[in-house]
Design a binder for this molecule. Sequence first.
Ligand code: FE2
Length: 392
Amino acid sequence: MTEIATRPDQGAINQTGAVINKDAYAQAQDFLPLKGIDYVEFWVGNARQASNYYRALWGYTPTAFSGLETKVRDRASYVMQQNDIRFVFTAPLTPNGEIAEHVAHHGDGVKDIAFSVDDVESAWRETTARGAVSVLEPTEIDGGEDGVLRRSAVRTYGDVIHSFIDRNDYHGAFMPGYRKIKNPAAAAGNLSLLEIDHCVGNVALGEMNKFVDYYRDVFGFSQLIHYDDKVIHTDYSALMSKVMTNGNGRIKFPINEPATGKKKSQIQEYLDWYLSSGCQHVALRTEDIVGTVRQLRENGIEFLGMPHEYYAALPDRVGDVGVPIDTLEELGIEADRDEEGYLLQIFTRPVQDRPTFFFEIIERHGSRGFGVGNFKALFEAIEREQALRGNL
Ligand code: FE2
C-alpha cells in the first residue's frame, strides 16, 4: 500500500473559527485523476413521477430512459440534464432486489456519485489497493454501434457508491441499455442551474474522521476546511464538518457528523430517518440565484426561511453583495463573506417525505467557502422545522 503523508490541520483560522487549508488543492494526490462528477443517481420509489417533478418544477430535461421498453426488466431509469448537472432517477420494477430493499429501508436517496475518468481500470485498481471495497470490477459495457462504455465502482459511506465512468469510446444515450428521449415534454423555464458545486455526506457519530481519512488515503483528496462543534452550534445542537477536495478542486465533499448538544442534532435526525450514513444535500451552482429562486418558488419549491433579524444584521456582516437586502429577505437567500469574496446560498426543505435529502443553491463571487457565517442562523431555522416534525 502506498504511503501517503498525513496532513494535520495546519491552516489559518479565519475570523469565523473555521480552519482553512490554503494548500488543499496542491496537496491532493494525482494517482486518481478525476475529471468531475459524471452523474448523481437517486434510487426512488417512482422514477417516472420523480423525473416529472424535476422536469416541471426544477427545469431538468429528460434525455434518456431505460426500462421495460429497452428490455430492462428489473428497473426503470430516467436521465435528467440541466447544463452540466446530470441526475439519474431509478426505481425498482419488482419487490425484491437491491433497489427495492434500498428504497424500503432508506426512502428516496442518493445511491451513486459517479466520477468521470479516462481510465476506469486504473481508478479501480488504485482505490481498491488503498482499501476501497469493490462494487463493480472494471467492465466494458457493449453499446453496439454506439461504442463501448467502461465502468467500475467502489463503496463509500453508508450504501452510497462511487462509479468511475469512461465515455471516451461511447457515443450513445447515457449508457448502453438506455435510449434517447426524443421530443421530451418541456422543462420549466427561467432556471439556470449550471453544475454540482458540492455533495455533503452525513455519517454517524465518531465516523467523520474515518471517512475524511478514507477520501484522503483511498481517493487522494485533501482537507480544505475543518469546522468544529464550537463553530457549528446553536443553543441546542451541534455538528462537526470537514471538507475534502480533489486535486482540480472540481469535487468537494463536506463530511458531517452529529455532535452532542442539549437536543438532537439535525445530522442525527437525518441518520434516524435515513437509517444509515448517506448523502445529505447536493449544492447546485448558479450565476443567477435571484432569478432562479424566484422561479423555483413560483413553481412550488419550498425553502428554509430565515428570520427578519438575520437580514437586519446582514449589511454589517457582509457589506455589498450585489443584491438589495430586501430582495434577499423576500426570497430567503442568505449571504456570507470571507477573505476571498462572498457567496449567496439557499436551502430547500427535504424533497421527499422523510426529513433526509435536500438541495442547496449557491452563487459564488470569489468565496470558496460554504457559508459558515450562516450556519448558526441556518441551524436555528432547521431546528424550528425539526421541532414541528417532533424530532428535536
Ligand atoms: Fe452545502
